[in-house]
Design a binder for this molecule. Sequence first.
Ligand SMILES: NC(=O)c1ccc[n+]([C@@H]2O[C@H](COP(=O)([O-])OP(=O)(O)OC[C@H]3O[C@@H](n4cnc5c(N)ncnc54)[C@H](OP(=O)(O)O)[C@@H]3O)[C@@H](O)[C@H]2O)c1
Length: 247
Amino acid sequence: MTTILVTGGTGTLGRLVTERLRADGHEVRVLSRHTRPYAVDLREGGPGLDEALDGVETVVHCASSPRGGDEQAADHLIAAARRAGVGHLVYISIVGVDRVPFGYYRSKLAVERRIEESGLGWTVLRATQFHDLVVTVVRGLAKSPVVLLPAGVSDQPVEVAEVADRLAESALAAPAGRVPDMGGPEVRTFDSLARACLRATGRRRPVLSVPLFGKTYRAFRSGGHLAPEQAVGKGTFEEYLARRFGQ
Ligand SMILES: NC(=O)c1ccc[n+]([C@@H]2O[C@H](COP(=O)([O-])OP(=O)(O)OC[C@H]3O[C@@H](n4cnc5c(N)ncnc54)[C@H](OP(=O)(O)O)[C@@H]3O)[C@@H](O)[C@H]2O)c1
């Protein structure tokens, strides 16, 4: 039995990683800003973080906020993990963080670098977008009377449960460095994903693709966030929609 800390263990991914590791009989602690007894804001660190890491062999770092602060959070986590003698830090990143100059991706890349240079044993897995995220984005866009999509952009969503399985396996194996990227089974235009999602959720909205400008859009349009050669995920977006919305 291994003692493992899952940061962000209440999130979409972290919850599933936690379940899998517990089902395998490991002692799993969950850390987030709101989970007792390990309620810690990683951006602030503090004694609660040292308590959470006391006796921990492996950390799976899933906590993240697109609103910022991930670099400070990583600094606090790495420093505390070193003090605690943690042997393995597993990090989930995103495919294309080194190709798409999107603010959140830049900070994920900066966290990868910090982990690589931490002196700890480490594993980094990059995945494409989870099906859940595509639905959240489309539902957000569908609040407007017309759904405006970035023209020419595709996506390759992946089933989060499969990513959780891969992360859990990594957590139980030796540190492996950067492991092969994990992409979903199909590269689809954002337009077709959005239409499928609108159908599944029963929303009727006109969909309009709009060309955007700038480096970030160009990088997304040229597929910097895709991993077609690593289309290893099995669950399709349609299967996910059917499961979630009962089509
Ligand atoms: N979603 C995707 O499509 C996707 C694709 C590839 C990779 N990833 C990566 O996978 C990871 C998890 O994503 P997700 O979608 O599962 O995220 P999520 O559902 O938003 O969950 C984030 C988790 O982090 C915790 N958290 C946030 N800020 C924190 C802080 N300052 N200190 C401590 N805990 C904090 C949250 O709990 P509290 O709010 O209670 O703190 C929550 O448990 C992220 O690193 C993300 O970049 C996501």
